[in-house]
Write a protein that binds this ligand. Structure first.
Ligand SMILES: [Zn+2]
Length: 312
């Protein structure tokens, strides 16, 4: 075979392989849950001052944090390392906790926020593919710490699941949770299920996601968009995009006081205190803006307890 022919043959083989890989992806694209709009109820909150909202004699009378395990992740995912001081002494990989938050509303019953980890995280977890190990390097979980076991011990009827966002470590508990429970997310938040690259069995094409559209909410400084989920001021979703497009932080006004769940707008306390947005971002400018808003709120109302996305 002449040299030209050999080169042609190699080009042909490479082309066929590339086309074949593309076909596999097209024919075998992952699970895509269906989406519906969640109609936000009428609210009088936009007229009220924060002081009055936070003093709300709330219907939320119980709040619990369930730790479902820990994951080892790259520091560069948790924090924009360009802004990280060399003297921070933070290691290249960090162990962070994975939480589920549970609350009880007097009229509406029990809800959870995010779904934590299922029992597969005692070993390798339930996210597979070439890219998966770039996000979660290792996991730790004690026996009975998985969300399924904890919910079984709690023995409560869960009326709904609110997600901060749909990244794998927030949806990974789903295989152990009744799939018929309604799920609520920020509008347009992406669920990633890419065969061979980053695949999971957390949500299926049968899952319905109720999307909360922040544009139907209201502005209340320092926040651009706030949604009064039940219309009674007990739980507010705050649009804090950047880490992901539809990312939501939650403000719960409980009978014991108010609690701000930043979600992954700030994975860590270090990032919040030092004003460093996450390294993993969809939109860095938006991530900086969201962190600024949460920090401003904290300065205005330091009495509100904060729980970070992966640290408390
Ligand atoms: Zn995330």
């Amino acid at each position: 075979m002449s040299k030209t022919n050999r080169i042609s043959l190699i080009v042909l083989i490479v082309s066929v392989v590339v086309i074949a890989i593309n076909l596999v992806f097209i024919l075998n694209s992952g699970e895509n849950p269906s989406r519906k709009n969640y109609k936000l109820p009428a609210t009088e909150l936009s007229e009220k001052a924060w002081g009055e909202i936070l003093a709300n004699n709330s219907a939320i009378d119980q709040f619990k944090v369930l730790k479902t395990g820990s994951v080892k992740v790259p520091r560069s995912g948790m924090l924009n390392t360009d802004k990280l001081d060399d003297k921070s002494k933070l290691k290249e990989f960090l162990w962070v906790d994975v939480f589920v938050f549970m609350f009880h509303h007097q009229d509406r019953g029990w809800y959870i926020i995010d779904t934590g980890l299922d029992s597969s995280f005692q070993k390798d977890g339930n996210i597979n593919g070439f890219l998966a190990s770039n996000y979660i390097i290792e996991s730790k979980q004690t026996s009975g710490q998985n969300i399924g076991a904890q919910l079984q011990r709690e023995n409560k009827e869960i009326k709904g699941i609110f997600f901060t966002h749909l990244h794998g470590d927030h949806t990974a508990g789903m295989p152990e949770i009744d799939r018929s429970i309604p799920k609520y997310i920020g509008k347009g938040d992406k669920y990633l299920d890419l065969p061979f690259l980053y695949s999971s069995n957390h949500l299926t094409s049968k899952s319905i996601l109720y999307e909360m559209d922040w544009a139907e909410g209201f502005s209340k400084k320092p926040f651009d968009y706030v949604m009064d989920i039940f219309g009674d001021g007990s739980i507010l979703a705050i649009h804090t995009p950047g880490h992901s497009k539809g990312h939501l932080s939650y403000l719960l006004n409980t009978t014991e006081g108010s609690i701000l769940l930043t979600g992954d707008a700030s994975h860590t306390k270090y990032g919040f205190k030092n004003n460093i947005e996450p390294g993993w971002v969809d939109d860095q400018k938006a991530a900086v803006n969201s962190l600024n808003q949460l920090r401003s709120f904290h300065e205005m109302f330091p009495q509100v307890e904060i729980i970070y996305g992966h640290e408390r």
